[in-house]
Design a protein around this ligand. Sequence first.
Ligand SMILES: Nc1ncnc2c1ncn2[C@@H]1O[C@H](COP(=O)(O)OP(=O)(O)OP(=O)(O)O)[C@@H](O)[C@H]1O
Length: 603
Amino acid sequence: MLRRLPQLVRRALALAWHADRTATLLVLLCQLLSGIFGAIALYATTGTLRALLLPGPVGGHLRHAAPSLAVLTTATALRAVLAIAVTSLSTRVGPRINREADLALIAAGCAAELRAYDEPSYAEQWEAADRGAATTPDLLSNAQDVIASAVSLVAAAGVLATLHPWLLPFLLLGSVPAGVAAVRTARIHYLAGLTTNEERVALRIYRWFLIDKGRADQVRSDQVTPFMLGKYRQAETRIAEVTERAGRQAARVSLLAALGTGAGTALIWGVLLYLVASGRIGLAAAGSATFALRTAGSGVQGMVGNGARLYRMGLYLDDYFRFLDEAGGHRIRRGSVLPGAPAVLEVTGLCHSYPGEQQEPALRDIDLTLRQNEVVAVIGQNGSGKSTLLKLLAGLYLPQTGRISWDGVPVEQLDAEGMWTRVARVPQEFARWPLSAAENIHLGHLTEELMTEVVRAAEHTGFDEVVGRLRSGWRTLLAQGWLGGAELSGGGWQRAAVARAFYRSTLNPGLLILDEPTSDLDPRAEHRILHALRGFAPGRITLLVTHNIANAALADRVIVLDQGRIVQSGSWQELAEQPTGLFRELLDLQRDRAIPGQRPAAA
Ligand SMILES: Nc1ncnc2c1ncn2[C@@H]1O[C@H](COP(=O)(O)OP(=O)(O)OP(=O)(O)O)[C@@H](O)[C@H]1O
């Protein structure tokens, strides 16, 4: 703990410095002055006691003691004022540190590779880092308590050392058990927290599922509350069990430490008695030593108690800082090549497997060349790897084996942000941002002139009609319920999502990727979007995933995926004319809407 304390104090101060320089400087100054006044008060106490315990008449003693007494009173009063100033400054800095820490944590989370979310350990690391960030408001006050205790300990130790050199080592020896116990219990509680991270993640997820508006209807109609609350309770019970076990362990350690501390205290008082009895120190010095011992004792206690608390915070903070540096080992670290709109996108020998329970790879041996101005439709059965392929093409995952290159440059060498500037996507599960209608399209990428582009993108998808029906038009907040505003229909949201992609693609043409963009749309809206899609094709590479085989006819080329492999590729017509093959089978199944047992209508 002693080894780590300076580093922890330094980190605490660095965070505080970043959050509020003036207040941090003032806190440090007050702390320093408080320490100096503390030492002065202690020496003045020794002087006062010496003067009072001199042989002779009491009146003369008081006169002798008066100057020391005046110094003692002034120093003590000033210390009290400084303590109030420190407390008030700390309450100002604490929340600021917390805010900075929180923002840094969120930014670090957003800077992780997408694959992080496929690893269960990532959620646990996030949980631990989040707990680290939550400790930050108390960090400065704790660090300054440690400094204050250390200052008063040093002052008292100085007095003791001048009174008799034996007193100091015995004082330190007596504080060893408390120090060891404090560190042990801090670790016990920290480890208990660490082993229950999985349950804490589960609690957060269950909670969100049960209270979030998005599933509120299903929570009710599916009557899932008792079942999910049972699971919630199970996770909570496990956390409580581990915490209670840790509490019992810590109590045992503290009991042993209390015995050790008792023995240590007896030892030091024994030493003091021996020194007085053997005439090694006088009665006045013994009086001063008693006072200094009490001050030193509380200094040690403060050091150990606050130090242990800081040490425990430090364990959480380690998790926090590690996450900031590494984003759970998944920090985005790619090349620096800034790409333009790719003329050719080449995929060779691409394979992708997800961690976890999947037995088969999601993609295998994919070879594909995509050219600018081309519209390519990707079709296949559920789970055949369509969305995974699109995510890889968008650079959201990097190839595990094989290669994807943009105009000959492997994606690993491209600057990630620069690459995503060139990607416009409608994912299968698109975001319904709690923002205004206009913000839902531009997502912050807007200048005044560009508002016309926002409107134009909306016109391509029919989102302009949706906006026209909102009382505050483009300014309407699309988050009814917890933020007020309006709620859209499923199709309304999908029109917004497609308009968002069209707008992004207008700003920076490159790759336009649409994963089932019309699944929630009525035929008229669907027709409008597919028509617009063709208009967007020049200057871009367009990829469309669809389960509606008829819609794939608008593409220049269709590729068919089956169990992660490309099994067919060609124009819609070519594939439709093949008498066998998955494409033909899916097409026939989609056309076959005869209900068994029902006779076809008479001609
Ligand atoms: N994040 C993930 N973690 C683990 N496995 C995943 C993940 N995403 C997809 N998979 C698995 O990868 C395989 C391919 O999934 P993918 O979503 O690419 O298929 P798809 O063809 O788009 O399916 P659908 O038509 O149902 O949307 C599936 O077996 C799926 O279970």
